[in-house]
Design a binder for this molecule. Structure first.
Ligand code: SF4
Ligand code: SF4
Length: 144
């Protein structure tokens, strides 16, 4: 059974804050130290997730423009928006090997198709395939 708190860790843009390094560093001191070395302010760690911190994502050190846009609408996720997919969710190669922005639209489509609970059962695997998978051209990424 997935708790309400865990469900609320999925950001409006589709990023799963529940498996973000900034969130999971609480019980991982080497990871915590690496994040501090990278300049993440101590007071932001562990991050409580986008919805809890009102879009003040410590990665961007400002209020997230996507969050601001979403907060003005009566929707839970960006896929419910008439403008979806808008430019804020556009894929980009810039820092794609370290940041999860290119996963947003796939995550949102999975939530739309299967529901948030089913998405959460797949979320860690989606992230692993994105960052560690091998692309099989024409057939998507796999772990082999
Ligand atoms: S708000 Fe940003 S830093 Fe915080 S858990 Fe979510 S993606 Fe990570
Ligand atoms: S315009 Fe874009 S960022 Fe804003 S709520 Fe709609 S899909 Fe999300």
């Amino acid at each position: 059974m997935i708790t309400e708190d865990r469900l609320a860790m999925v950001a409006p843009c589709g990023i799963d804050c529940g498996i973000c390094e900034m969130h999971s560093c609480e019980e991982n001191s080497p990871l915590y130290n690496r994040l501090i070395e990278r300049g993440i302010p101590k007071e932001s760690l562990p991050c409580k997730g986008c919805r809890s911190i009102d879009g003040m994502c410590p990665v961007i050190k400002a209020k997230c423009e996507t969050f601001i846009c979403w907060a003005g609408r009566d929707i839970s996720f960006c896929f419910e928006c008439d403008e979806f997919p808008c430019i804020r969710l556009h894929p980009a190669a810039d820092r794609a090997e370290i940041l999860p922005h290119n996963m947003k639209v796939y995550n949102l489509c999975t939530i739309k198709k299967s529901g948030i609970e089913d998405f959460l059962s797949q979320s860690a695997d989606i992230k692993l395939r994105y960052f560690k998978g091998k692309i099989h051209v024409g057939n998507g990424p796999g772990m082999q």
